[in-house]
Design a protein around this ligand. Structure first.
Ligand SMILES: [Mg+2]
Length: 204
């Protein structure tokens, strides 16, 4: 059986910052509303969240719909147009394509399942993952979540807090989970964990 690689989604495969800049622009220009006003509402919404992974785009669009009296259906249509999801990092698709012949690819992500899955589908990489290996949790580093991951999986994540939670969890050693920190920011390498600066390092 091929070994399993589990990828985080946001800021690992998918440039979420680019997406968060793209879709308000497309909505603002479609409905001819002020982009600045739109951003203020976005910031208010983000400030109301406990964690950035609590971001629920449906709730956000509902608040936009109310505030500007815009039809929710049309807002969703504009927001979920594939152009807004063209936010993969340049190394994402080439690397996954190469890895998919040697590994079984999966996802280990935190957030809302439907939104995370939509990012994978509309950015064109969903087909590269094994549906049985898509793990999306509301809180992913809890023991209950980690206990569901296949033994001997390698986990690639950009978030140092996630990596440190993995290193601190007993389940990481008992299930032989192998974290890799993807540090796209060129921060110093982590002394206790394999660190890479680009996904392409996984193919060498
Ligand atoms: Mg991430």
């Amino acid at each position: 059986m091929k070994p399993v690689l589990l990828f985080d989604v946001d800021l690992t495969l998918f440039n979420t910052e680019k997406f968060k800049a793209a879709y308000p622009k497309s909505i603002a220009s479609h409905f001819k509303i002020s982009h600045d006003q739109f951003l203020i509402i976005g910031n208010e919404y983000r400030a109301s969240l406990k964690k950035h992974t609590d971001y629920n785009i449906s709730d956000y669009l509902k608040s936009i719909s109310k505030r500007f009296n815009l039809p929710l259906y049309e807002l969703k249509q504009i927001c979920f147009s594939p152009e807004n999801f063209a936010c993969l990092y340049p190394d994402t698709l080439p690397t996954l394509s190469i890895l998919s012949s040697k590994y079984r690819l999966g996802i280990f992500s935190e957030g809302f399942k439907i939104f995370q899955t939509t990012k994978l589908k509309l950015s064109g990489i969903y087909h590269l993952f094994n549906p049985e290996l898509i793990y999306i949790f509301r809180r992913k580093t809890t023991s209950a979540s980690l206990a569901k991951l296949p033994r001997n999986s390698t986990i690639i994540d950009d978030n140092l807090k996630v990596i440190e939670s993995l290193l601190a969890s007993k389940l990481t050693s008992s299930r032989n989970l192998k974290p890799i920190w993807l540090n796209r920011q060129n921060h110093p390498v982590h002394p206790g964990v394999h660190s890479i600066n680009s996904l392409t390092s996984l193919t060498t």
